[in-house]
Design a protein around this ligand. Structure first.
Ligand SMILES: [Mg+2]
Length: 304
């Protein structure tokens, strides 16, 4: 099998760089024809993945964080080229959701022994996402985190940014169109999710990444206290019963707002509203550990 590994050498925290070479050694063990490429940390992952597809690779392994995976998948939907993941990022949300081991060597072994699963991909304009799109508060938090702070401090850098954003960011009136059904709300945050996890939180218990539907959460309101309440309810998993948090399922979402809202997909800021999101059902072939492990990992609540 022809395999391309795309390594983001700057993924994760600088203080704990894992032994990637050893992990790649395990990919070579089954006599796979493995080529390794490094991104310069400057979003070359997409370009490298496109080259891998053009050169006839059957498997592209993203070795990095959720941002690296996002770069790589831009080239894959609609092809039969599979995605493998060796997680070396800060949060590794996708790996946790799929039950992919967080140890790089174990992850490489799980790719060799794994099985194919076809997952939905979200499309926003011409970009793909695998985890979620967020408009408003979360994208603003990401915008306020400097890459240097993220590399140095990891997740606490996001907590500091969230605190700053609590006081600076205001909600706005928005129109959310879900499969043609129009809603008008004052929103702080709209999340269009493909998975159960949302950064370090559990957002949606019922999300399935291959059912052709997004889970859509609308966090309503404005003002600092409302934002604090939303964050607390997310952390305590009480947002489901909250009167100003609505959830829906839809395969297409159109969002526009009075004041433009910053939009992120898979943790990277990509633009601002107005924006549309559409499910591409089962458009991405992914190598996951055997299915039972995947199911267990997908229930973060049960793990603790
Ligand atoms: Mg779904």
């Amino acid at each position: 099998m022809k395999v391309c590994v795309i390594v983001n050498p700057t993924a994760g925290q600088a203080s704990r760089r894992p032994d990637i070479d050893r992990a790649i050694g395990f990919l070579r063990a089954p006599a796979w024809d493995v080529s390794v490429f490094h991104t310069d940390g400057g979003h070359r992952g997409t370009e490298l993945a496109r080259l891998a597809v053009a050169e006839g690779c059957q498997l592209v392994v993203a070795c990095g964080g959720d941002g690296t995976i996002n770069e790589v998948i831009q080239a894959l939907p609609g092809t039969e080229v599979a995605l493998g993941v060796i997680p070396t990022g800060t949060a590794n949300v996708f790996a946790r959701e799929m039950g992919i081991p967080l140890d790089p060597v174990e992850a490489a072994k799980s790719i060799v022994a794994g099985q194919n699963r076809y997952l939905d991909v979200g499309m926003s304009e011409d970009r793909c996402f695998l985890l979620w799109a967020g408009a408003g508060f979360d994208a603003q938090v990401l915008l306020n985190v400097k890459p240097e702070a993220k590399r140095r401090w990891g997740i606490p850098a996001f907590a500091v940014s969230a605190l700053v954003t609590l006081f600076r960011f205001e909600g706005t009136r928005a129109e959310v169109v879900l499969d043609g059904k129009k809603l008008s709300r004052r929103v702080l945050l709209v999340v269009v999710s493909n998975i159960k996890r949302y950064a370090i939180f559990e957002l949606s218990r019922q999300a399935e990444p291959d059912d052709g539907l997004f889970e859509v959460f609308i966090f309503q309101g404005s003002g600092t206290m409302t934002k604090v309440r939303h964050l607390l309810s997310l952390a305590l998993r009480r947002h489901h019963g909250s009167p100003d948090v609505e959830s829906y399922r839809a395969s297409s979402v159109a969002l526009q707002s009075e004041k433009p809202l910053i939009v992120q997909t898979d943790g990277d800021v990509i633009g601002k509203t107005p924006m549309r999101f559409q499910v591409a059902p089962r458009a991405l072939k992914v190598i996951v550990p055997e299915l039972e492990a995947t199911r267990r990992a997908a229930s973060p609540h049960d793990q603790r």
